[in-house]
Design a protein around this ligand. Structure first.
Ligand SMILES: Nc1nc2c(c(=O)[nH]1)N[C@H]1C(S)=C(S)[C@@H](COP(=O)(O)O)O[C@H]1N2
Ligand SMILES: [Mo]
Length: 257
């Protein structure tokens, strides 16, 4: 390890402000339908699995214009988590909410909303498709997931990203919603942790304070009410072992559109 590394590490621990500059600066505007992993040119060392994961990914989800926006972006599934911890966080406008990112990472971190908003952001207008037979076009703003991952530095054995939500799916408060994606989707330029919808703070009905957008997959993969993100090598031992709440109930894990 070269001599400047420890100093850099220390800096990273102390400040979130400089993190974005390590990789892509904010939103990666692409004119054609393919993207190239520019992060490989930044000189940052990536683990083998991260490198392998981002190389084959090519297609971008279609982006739309303001004129295409749905008049209203409906809510589906949970519209207000009945979890007392979540309710308390919502009462103080999520000032005390944090997103924990841990698991197979070199630097586990906890982000406040303000810290996430300070990272490079991205805005995209995309269509959401729900298996229940409805679609809506919305404008999402948030931090690209790769920016947050750059801060925690995934370990070489990390293969999946698991998203834990605040909402219990059972009336007794058990069976929290969760989802997972692989590193290919995690590093895709359009995959983001969204905090604004249609230029306004993300409403509770749509997943406040933070929800996943993973644009080339169906609606149920877009986990709302995020509380924790864990990097894992396998999700066999998590809940039903199928990688998500709806997957445990028979849906496909890969919900590509
Ligand atoms: N935590 C959580 N995330 C969730 C759900 C949910 O019930 N709980 N529903 C999913 C489904 S099936 C869809 S279609 C979308 C709906 O997002 P919306 O409420 O913003 O329309 O969120 C997905 N993410
Ligand atoms: Mo859905």
């Amino acid at each position: 390890m070269s001599s400047h590394r420890p100093g850099k590490r220390k800096f990273l621990k102390q400040s979130l402000g400089g993190l974005g500059a390590l990789l892509l600066a904010g939103c990666d505007r692409l004119t054609d339908s393919e993207w190239f992993p520019k992060m490989l040119r930044t000189g940052e060392r990536l683990s083998y699995s991260v490198h392998k994961a981002i190389v084959p990914r090519k297609s971008m989800a279609q982006e739309f214009t303001e004129a295409d926006l749905s008049p209203r972006f409906r809510s589906n599934g949970t519209s207000n988590p009945g979890n007392p911890i979540y309710q308390a966080l919502a009462r103080s406008n999520f000032a005390d909410w944090t997103l924990k990112i841990d698991g197979l990472v070199e630097q586990p971190m906890q982000f406040s909303l303000a810290q996430l908003r300070a990272l490079p952001k991205c805005t995209q207008i995309t269509r959401h498709d729900c298996v229940e037979g409805w679609s809506a076009i919305g404008k999402w703003t948030g931090v690209p997931l790769h920016q947050a991952l750059a801060a925690v530095r995934p370990s070489p054995d990390a293969k999946y990203v698991v998203f834990y939500c605040a909402d219990p799916m059972e009336s007794d408060g058990s069976d929290l919603y969760y989802e997972s994606i692989d590193l290919e989707d995690a590093y895709h330029p359009q995959t983001m942790l969204a905090y604004d919808l249609n230029d306004k703070t993300l409403p509770i009905a749509n997943g406040a304070p933070l929800r996943l957008r993973v644009e080339r997959q169906l609606g149920y993969k877009h986990a709302k009410y995020l509380m924790r993100i864990e990097l894992v090598s396998s999700f066999d031992t998590i809940n039903g072992g199928k990688g998500g709440y709806w997957e445990d109930n028979g849906y496909e894990w890969y919900a590509g559109i």
